[in-house]
Design a protein around this ligand. Sequence first.
Ligand SMILES: Nc1nc2c([nH]c(=O)n2[C@@H]2O[C@H](COP(=O)(O)OP(=O)(O)OP(=O)(O)O)[C@@H](O)[C@H]2O)c(=O)[nH]1
Ligand SMILES: [Mg+2]
Length: 324
Amino acid sequence: MRTIAPKAMAKRVHVAVGVVMDNQGRILIAKRPDHVHQGGLWEFPGGKVEQGETLIQALDRELFEELDIRVDGALPLIDIIHDYPDKQVHLAVCRVVSWHGMPVGKEGQPTRWVEPHELDQYPFPAANYPILNALQLPERCLITGEFATPADLTRRLRAALSTGLRMVLLRAHDVSVGEYVCLAQEAIQHTKAKGVKLLLAHPHILDVVREVNADGVHLSSSQLMSLGADVKTNIPDDWMIGASCHSPAELRQAELIRASYVFLSPVKATASHPGKPPMGWVKFAELARRAQVPVYALGGLADCDVAQAIEHGGQGIAAIRAWW
Ligand SMILES: Nc1nc2c([nH]c(=O)n2[C@@H]2O[C@H](COP(=O)(O)OP(=O)(O)OP(=O)(O)O)[C@@H](O)[C@H]2O)c(=O)[nH]1
Ligand SMILES: [Mg+2]
């Protein structure tokens, strides 16, 4: 007797997806033919992993079949589990860090090299939004540390920005929310001028979120866990939402609210949370690879840890002391 698998048992398609970059940091995208799944949308090249293939073998074969290039080296960027109404996919997305050949749309598909900030101009399948976040976020995120006066905060912030940081979390939990808004309005003058993203973090930030023209809001783990999926009603649509996470449950909640990124901590022992046992890189990698959101490693880290964080499936590192 023939049995039909119920929908929940339908097979999840394992797809190797490659983010191919050139030496100017541009990314290769291709247009999916109209008649295929998610047709007419743009994609990162790749295709189904065949039985017996490793991810890298599949990526190399697919990029050769679709683009005529060979993969020499790739690093994990993000893993995405997504259910379309008609198909369930697992996109294993890799950053193709080394490749050779002259890319052409071998199957007649249009291809384009685009800057990361131009990706928003192209319609991609719904599963792809964490990939777009990962490609547009920097490797290092500063969390502001202690300061004596508003002028001291500005001085420290300007010094930190001069090292090339492109993302700052303004953390000042000890001040009133009114004072926080003033500090944020001052900080934004310095970040906007340099094209640096500014994220707001304060216990009462959601009450005043529209008073500062920032780039996003960063939630503590308790703010994250006490919010419903309607969090975005408070926050402007084009803002990033980040969150601090320490556990699989918090990571799941961040995915549910479609966070742009998370911090996962503590990776190493840290002076700001003495006595909290560090998770180490192995545990970090296990949690980061399962998370469908870009994950910054946090806790006792410095510039020399950026490569480690990326090798372990992270977006990069977040830190206070390294840059404050
Ligand atoms: N390659 C690729 N596939 C994606 C992306 N985003 C996304 O949802 N998918 C989905 O992943 C699935 C498999 O990808 P694919 O259609 O490229 O597979 P393939 O190259 O082996 O195609 P084929 O079976 O026609 O040979 C499709 O259902 C597609 O909609 C993406 O950015 N790149
Ligand atoms: Mg394909």
